[in-house]
Ligand binder design. Structure first.
Ligand code: ACO
Length: 325
C-alpha cells in the first residue's frame, strides 16, 4: 500500500484588492448586505497582464520552494480551472513551459469550484498507478473575467487567485491506517441535471463567446449543504475515522453561511473550519488550495494533522478528500 504524500503548498493573489465599499460604488449593494449574507469583506481582482496562468505559475513556484523540489523533478501537472487563458491549449502546458519541466504530463481539469478535488483525485490515481512520481496540482482562476459586473447577485461573490500543492508517491509507506501520512480517501460526484442552477451562458461550441456566470444562489445554497454533508460522511466512513478525529476542515470558500451550516450538520466545531472567504471571496477551483496554503503558513495546520478538503460547484460537481499531512 503506497500513499501520495503532501510535500508543499503555495498560493498567489493579484495585487489589486477590491473592498465591498468599492463594489458598492459600481452596483446597488452594500458592505452590510455582503458581509451578512456571505461573510465576504474583500476580494482580489486581476489587472491587465495578470491571467490564470501567471497566478498559477506563481503559486506553483511557491509550492515547489516549500517542498524543496526542483521543477525538473515534477513529472505530472494537473491544473483545475474554469477560466483558462485560452480555449486551448491547456493552461497547465503554459505553467509547465514557464517552470521548465517540458516533456512531463500536463493537462487541465474542468469541474468548476470542485476542480481542485477532481484534479487531486486524478493526480493521486496517476501516482498510485505508477504513471508519475511527483505531481503539481493547481487550482487557478480569474473569475472576474466571466462575471456580469451589472449583476449584483453574482459579481459581489467571486475573486481571483491560485493555489498549488506538490504531492509525491511514497513507496516506503507500508500502512493503510489513517495514521500514516498521505491521501487516505477521496469521493467525487456530479449531477448534470442541475446545470441551470449554476453555469456560464457562453462557450466556443454554443455562442462562440466566453459568456457570463449565471446562478440561482438560493437553490445552489440548499444543494451545497446537503451534498457536502453527504460526501463528507462517505469519506469519514470509508476512512474508518470519526468526526472527532478530524483536526481541520478546509472547505471550498463560497459563503461563510454554507461553511457554518455544513459544520453544524456534521457536528464539527466552527474552530476546526479554515475560513478565508472573508479575504479572498469565492475563487472557485483556487479556493481550497489557497485556504490550505494560508492555514499551513500561519501555523494552524501542522505536520501530522488530519485534514478534510471539500468542495461543491457548477455541474453540479462535489467531492471530499481526507489527508494526513
Ligand atoms: N446587494 C444587495 N442586495 C442584494 C444583492 C446584493 N449584492 N444580491 C441580491 N440582493 C437582494 C435580492 O435582490 C433580494 O431582494 P428582494 O428580496 O427584494 O427580491 C434579496 O437580496 C435576497 O436575495 P436572495 O438571493 O434570496 O438572498 P440569499 O440570502 O439567498 O443570499 C446568496 C444570496 C449570497 C447568493 C446565497 O444564496 C448564496 O450564497 N448561495 C450560494 C451560492 C454560492 O455560493 N455559489 C458559489 C458557487 S457554488 C459553490 O461554490 C457552492
Amino acid at each position: 500500500m503506497t500513499r501520495s504524500r503532501l510535500r508543499g503548498t503555495g498560493s498567489a493573489l493579484p495585487a489589486n484588492v477590491v473592498t465591498n465599499a468599492e463594489l458598492a460604488e459600481r452596483v446597488d449593494t452594500s458592505d452590510e448586505w455582503i458581509v451578512e449574507r456571505t461573510g465576504i469583506r474583500q476580494r482580489y481582482i486581476a489587472e491587465d497582464g495578470e491571467t490564470t496562468s501567471t497566478l498559477a505559475i506563481a503559486a506553483a513556484r511557491a509550492a515547489l520552494d516549500d517542498a524543496r523540489i526542483e521543477a525538473g523533478e515534477i513529472d505530472l501537472i494537473v491544473l483545475a480551472t474554469a477560466t483558462p487563458d485560452n480555449t486551448f491549449p491547456a493552461t497547465a502546458t503554459k505553467v509547465q513551459h514557464a517552470l521548465g519541466c517540458n516533456g512531463c504530463i500536463a493537462f487541465d481539469v474542468a469541474a468548476v469550484c470542485s476542480g481542485f478535488l477532481y484534479a487531486l483525485a486524478t493526480a493521486d490515481s496517476m501516482l498510485q498507478s505508477g504513471m508519475a512520481k511527483r505531481a503539481l496540482v493547481i487550482g487557478a482562476e480569474t473569475f472576474s473575467r466571466i462575471l456580469d459586473w451589472e449583476d449584483r447577485t453574482t459579481c459581489v461573490l467571486f475573486g481571483d487567485g491560485a493555489g498549488a500543492i506538490v504531492i509525491e508517491r511514497d513507496d516506503a509507506s507500508s500502512s493503510d491506517s489513517a495514521d500514516a501520512p498521505g491521501i487516505i480517501s477521496t469521493r467525487l460526484h456530479a449531477d448534470g441535471a442541475q446545470h441551470d442552477l449554476l453555469y456560464v451562458d457562453g462557450g466556443p461550441s454554443t455562442t462562440q463567446t466566453v459568456g457570463h456566470l449565471r446562478m440561482k444562489g438560493r437553490e445552489v445554497f440548499r444543494h451545497a449543504v446537503v451534498n457536502l454533508a453527504s460526501v463528507l460522511h462517505e469519506v469519514i466512513e470509508d476512512a474508518g475515522i470519526s468526526t472527532d478525529d478530524i483536526d481541520w476542515v478546509v472547505p471550498h470558500q463560497a459563503n461563510a453561511r454554507i461553511l457554518d451550516a455544513t459544520a453544524r450538520k456534521l457536528g464539527l466545531p466552527a474552530e476546526k473550519i479554515v475560513v478565508t472567504v472573508d479575504q479572498h471571496a469565492n475563487t472557485s477551483a483556487a479556493s481550497v488550495p489557497l485556504a490550505l496554503d494560508t492555514a499551513r503558513r500561519d501555523g494552524r495546520i501542522k505536520d501530522g494533522d488530519l485534514v478534510m478538503l471539500e468542495a461543491m460547484g457548477g455541474g453540479f460537481t462535489w467531492g471530499a478528500s481526507l489527508i494526513r499531512i
